[in-house]
Design a protein around this ligand. Structure first.
Ligand code: ADQ
Length: 414
């Protein structure tokens, strides 16, 4: 391996995100707004850029229009300086099919990787909220001699069917003995039977070995062409897979509270909870750590404004994140996330909720424990999340935990 290996990063951004419906009705999961001003893809891309990796291809596929637009508007680097983030849509390059799985998506992009000729490929998912210095993982990968390294994090054993489960070799704790994708039953870790070591879906691979694995996988009969389901187990079976412990990743400016924070936001409940983590008194995930910034661009917007519209109409927000372009005029907001251009009018109440761009809450309307997608309008006196039976009857999504989701552009009129 060269002293300064050439690194190409690949972001897998083609997932459908069916469990996030209706937020993924019109957009790819990585394009789902998060934390007021961001989209999910801003997290992996910020991590890559902060790690010093500026040659990035983003593999898109499903409803990728808003994702492509966001990448080209926000993440345009100077190709002159050798830095780029390029969206690569599925192209049916190697046959008349869309990408079958994440491994096939990379295989179909092989010509782009060959053009760059990297020594190492860093492959990351696009659906998680976290900070990570990939350079630390790459260093361990090189030192360990593994052909393929998987980032691992401890998770409760009950969730093993949602993750790739890593079995570590007790004699060589940096190497993977076996890898099972989303097993229905598994055993816990030797030092804690209630936990497993889960794959984070982030991989570092030597390019040559990866190409060989992908080419074999492409021809195999019994495969889902999936990085977690097929490629990671292939390297594990050859004793060539290493594991990188995410807990050892050091981020400048992080605190004991948000060290090694990582959330899969694949379901509405997880997505909602991760928002609540942002607004906790001591945030579980600190957006304000400028030593490892999360980048985005939310347009040329004026600052947020709070209007005292009358004696009992003191427009205010507490324990909340309020984005640029918002006006809270005579309404109350508590423990909520407001995205740009939201309007809250007199006597309205918003509690424990997440409002996307352009939402309008008219007078005396009330919102509790809800996610309102882009441009939702609540007419005067209407409610969301107050009566979940009524929400269901109106066709809104209500999770078993009582989170109501109102789809994009809905006019809520009781
Ligand atoms: P999942 O997230 O269930 O598990 P998958 O649906 O393949 O796996 O998604 C992984 C990433 O690839 C996501 O970012 C997704 O958007 C993207 N993706 C999926 N299909 C794609 C395609 N055809 N083209 C481009 N991108 C695609 C994975 C691993 C598990 C691991 C969890 C961690 O398989 O082993 O534990 O991530 O959340």
């Amino acid at each position: 391996m060269a002293k300064n290996p050439k690194i190409l990063s690949i972001v897998l951004a083609g997932g459908e995100g069916t469990r996030l419906m209706p937020l993924t009705r019109d957009r790819a999961k990585p394009a789902v707004p998060f934390g007021g001003v961001y989209r999910l893809i801003d997290f992996p891309l910020s991590n890559l850029v902060n790690s010093g990796y500026r040659q990035v291809v983003v593999l898109t596929q499903y409803k990728s229009h808003s994702l492509d637009r966001h990448i080209s508007q926000v993440w345009r680097f100077s190709p002159l300086l050798g830095s780029y983030v390029s969206p690569v849509p599925a192209q049916q390059r190697l046959g008349k099919h869309w990408y079958l799985g994440s491994a096939d998506a990379i295989y179909q992009t092989i010509n782009i990787i060959e053009d760059v000729q990297p020594d190492i490929v860093v492959i990351v998912g696009a659906d998680h909220v976290y900070r990570m210095d990939f350079e630390q993982m790459v260093q361990q990968h090189i030192e360990s001699g593994a052909e393929f390294t998987v980032a691992g994090i401890r998770q409760p054993i009950e969730q093993s069917n949602q993750f790739g489960v890593i079995g570590v070799d007790p004699e060589h704790p940096n190497m993977i003995k076996n890898f099972q994708e989303k097993p229905t039953t598994t055993t816990g870790l030797p030092d804690n039977p209630n936990q497993i070591l889960a794959s984070m879906g982030n991989y570092v691979a030597n390019t040559k070995a990866l190409f060989e694995a992908l080419a074999l996988d492409e021809k195999a009969a019994d495969t889902k062409h999936d990085m977690g389901g097929d490629i990671a187990p292939y390297f594990a079976s050859r004793n060539e897979a290493g594991v990188y412990d995410f807990n050892s990743n050091e981020i400048p400016g992080s605190t004991a509270t948000d060290h090694a924070y990582w959330r899969d936001v694949g379901t509405i409940k997880q997505f909602y909870d991760a928002h609540m983590d942002l607004i906790a008194y001591v945030p579980e995930f600190n957006l304000y750590n400028q030593d490892w910034p999360i980048y985005t661009m939310s347009g040329n917007l004026p600052p947020a404004k709070f209007v005292h519209a009358g004696r009992d109409r003191l427009g205010h927000a507490t324990d909340s994140i309020v984005s640029p372009g918002v006006i809270v005029s005579g309404g109350e907001v508590h423990h909520s996330v407001l995205s740009p251009n939201v309007r809250i009018h007199s006597w309205a109440q918003i509690v424990d909720s997440v409002l996307f761009d352009g939402v309008v809450i008219n007078r005396r309307a009330r919102v509790y424990k809800a996610i309102l997608d882009k441009n939702v309008v609540l007419t005067e006196n209407s409610t969301v999340g107050i009566d979940t039976e009524h929400d269901l009857a109106r066709g809104f999504t209500v999770t078993p935990d009582g989170i109501t989701v109102v789809p994009k552009n809905t006019i809520v009129d009781d």
